[in-house]
Each structure stands twice: as C-alpha cells, then as structure tokens.
Ligand binder design. Structure first.
Ligand SMILES: NC(=O)NCCC(=O)O
Length: 391
C-alpha cells in the first residue's frame, strides 16, 4: 500500500484492534478520550455534498466557582490545491478562494469562532522548485491583497476570526515573507505574524523565497481568546512554541505543509508536546495530496539508486499527509483528519483548562527561566566553554 492510499492511523487501529483493548490502546496513545461533538445535520450534509471530511470533538474543563467556562470553537481546514500547478496564477488563487469559501461556510454552520487555513494556502507548495517564476507572483500584500480582502469578507459575514497564512509581498521594500494574517471577527485586520524559522531540509528550499520573520512571538487578543501562529517548520523549535506561551497564548496554531517521507513520525508528537509543555491548546494543520510541477527539480540528497549516487530529478515533493489535529494542555488530543481527503476539524474547547492544568503541573512556576536565560546567553557567545567536568 502506498503512503497516499493509507487513510489514517486511527481508522487502521479501529479496524484491527479488538474492542476490549482498543480503549486502552487509545488512552495510552492519545490520552484522555476526547468526546465527539454533535454537529448540525445541515453541516454534515453540506460537507458530504462538497466532498470533504467533517469531524467534531470536545475538550472540557472542570467547572469553577469564580469563572464561567470560556468555550470556543476552532475550525482547522486542510485541502488539496484545486487546479494544476501550470494553470494561470489568478485562476489558481480564485479556485482556492472558492474551495475555502465553501468549507468556511460549513465551519460557520458548526458555530466556529476561529478558523485557520494551511500554510501558503493560496498556492501550490512550489518552493521545492527554486524557480522564481511564476511562484513569486502568488505573493500578495498582507494588508490589501485579494486574499486578505476575501478573508475580511468571510470574517465579517460569519462573525469569525480568520487566520490566513499567505506568501506576503511587503511592497514598500519589496521583500517576501511567509506570513499569517489574523483577521478579527469584525472584518478588520488585527495584525500579521511572520514565519520565524525557515527550513533547509530535503526539498523544502524556502530560504530561496523569503526571509526569517521579524515580528517576534506576537499573541493576538481576540474576542475568543489569545491566539498565536507558529508557522510550519517552527514546530521543530521548542523555544518558538515556548515564547508564544510566555506571551500568553492560549491557542497556538501551526499551519503547515509537510510530506510523509520527511516528517510524519514527528507530526503527532511535536504540537502535542508543545501543548503539554506550555499549558495551552495547539492546532496542527497540514495540506493534502501530491502536487506536480512541470520542471524537474532535485533535493541535492545524493540518493543511491542501483549502486550509483544520483541527484534524482523529480516533479513532486511527495505526499502531503493532512492529519490535522488539536492537542490539549492535559496531553489529550483529537484523532487526525484523513491523510488523503480535504477536511474540516471542528473542536470545542474550554480555555479554562489551560490555567487548570498549569495549576496542576506548575511548569511555569518550576521552569527556572532566569537560570536558563543566563546559561543560554553564555552558550550563544562565540567563545562559549561548555560546562563539562573532567577527571
Ligand atoms: N513548510 C515547511 O516549513 N516545511 C518544512 C518541512 C517540515 O517542517 O516538516
């Protein structure tokens, strides 16, 4: 069975593990069971008619005497590109707007308050090619671009916060960035945050296109809680999650584009671990499908074929495995969306859980941050001497 046909880990476990043991297997693998969220029939029907998967889950917190629950519904959207990568640029963007508009419409039927799309959602993930044209033409102004205007309309129409990760063209200096624009449910732009860490691994040749972000670890205060966006490769950097947490993020979104051969065993661990370590919710969103490009490109990885080292030229990065999920501060998580289909994951969460788990585990209290700050400052100096005791 090829990677692209395997639908999801959860479905395979359910098919092969006897019922009596399945509950225990799931408890150990995924933590406390997440309850299913009942979704309106009109949403279920619309998702089926529009050919995408719809799942709903619930994270509850204990009732408190002094605070009411702070219940929020979050929607994660994963999708294929709609048109082939050689279709005209504006047609590709417009087709994706239409697809995502249809999916957000269903999110709204489910009462979603905050919706987040995948990394660079308006384009194929063309950074593997290292070609500049036509890919740089997909870059848009974060403030005035077509996509921001489109998302502002969605936000206003459905009264939801929209996190829209795009390739940004900052027009004053003509610099490109990998940026998430955060649009308030009023329709106004709350701000933008730029990808902090740029991959230099395999076919992910993104440093050819844009620079390391310069917006720090911003947290956006929305009507539905404090949110932050840690874009894709930033999830491999525990300090990146940590700094969003230090700035008070209650939900950290991780819009991504990553392929099975590279990162799949890490996917289920990294965002979940960040939720545990930082007493917050985290949301991993990954695109789906295989995207083909006209011109061959290479990875420079010298893969061995028939005893000879080649730089094997290829036309695709591999399979983007979807599997979007939400993790909670108590270590529990939702199942993943499909590895092969477009999907919307609706999760209701009580944000009071973040403080409750912080009070239980006290990582913020026991963190010894001052000591680490001093040691790190020393460790990053060019003349650093490691603290090793020898006989
Ligand atoms: N888009 C992106 O940063 N991908 C890098 C690959 C990975 O982090 O899994």
């Amino acid at each position: 069975m090829s990677g692209s046909e395997f639908e999801s880990l959860e479905k395979t476990l359910e098919k092969h593990i006897p019922d009596a043991e399945l509950k225990e297997v799931k408890r150990i693998l995924f933590g406390k069971e997440t309850k299913k969220l009942a979704l309106p029939a009109c949403a279920v029907e619309a998702a089926s008619a529009r050919d995408f998967e719809l799942q709903g889950y619930l994270f509850e917190a204990s009732p408190e005497q002094l605070r009411p629950p702070r219940t929020v519904r979050v929607g994660l959207i994963q999708n294929h590109i709609v048109l082939p990568t050689d279709a005209p640029v504006l047609d590709q963007i417009t087709a994706l707007h239409k697809r995502i508009g249809d999916m957000v419409d269903v999110a709204a039927m489910c009462g979603v308050n905050i919706v987040c799309f995948q990394e660079a959602w308006t384009m194929p993930f063309a950074f593997c090619t290292r070609e500049k044209e036509p890919w740089t033409e997909f870059a848009e102004s974060a403030e005035e671009g077509y996509t921001t205007q489109f998302c502002q309309k969605l936000a206003k129409k459905y009264n939801l916060v929209v996190i829209t990760p795009i390739l940004e063209r900052e027009e004053i200096h003509n610099v490109l960035w990998n940026t998430a624009v955060v649009i308030s449910n009023s329709g106004s732009i709350l701000g933008k945050t730029r990808k902090n860490h740029i991959p230099r691994v395999g076919d992910f040749n993104e440093s050819t296109y844009y620079m390391e972000g310069n917006t720090g670890h911003r947290v956006f205060q929305t009507q539905f809680g404090k949110i932050a966006v840690n874009i894709c490769y930033g999830r491999h950097h525990p300090l990146n999650w940590f700094m969003y947490g230090m700035n008070g993020a209650e939900i950290i979104f991780n819009p991504s584009a990553t392929v099975g051969g590279l990162s799949e065993p890490m996917w289920s661990i990294e965002a979940r671990n960040a939720a545990i370590a930082n007493h917050c919710f985290t949301c991993g969103i990954n695109r789906v499908g295989t995207e083909y490009f006209n011109n061959d490109f290479t990875s420079g990885d010298g893969r061995k074929v028939q005893g000879v080292f080649f730089l094997i030229a290829h036309k695709d990065l591999g399979h983007f495995y979807g599997s979007s999920y939400v993790a909670a501060p108590d270590g529990s998580r939702t199942p993943g969306l499909s590895r092969t289909r477009d999907g919307l994951m609706v999760t209701e969460m009580d944000l009071n859980l973040t403080r409750q788990i912080s009070d239980k585990w006290n990582f913020k209290m026991t963190g010894r941050y001052e000591e680490y700050a001093e040691e790190l400052t020393r460790a990053t100096k060019h003349d650093f001497k490691p603290n090793i005791i020898r006989e």
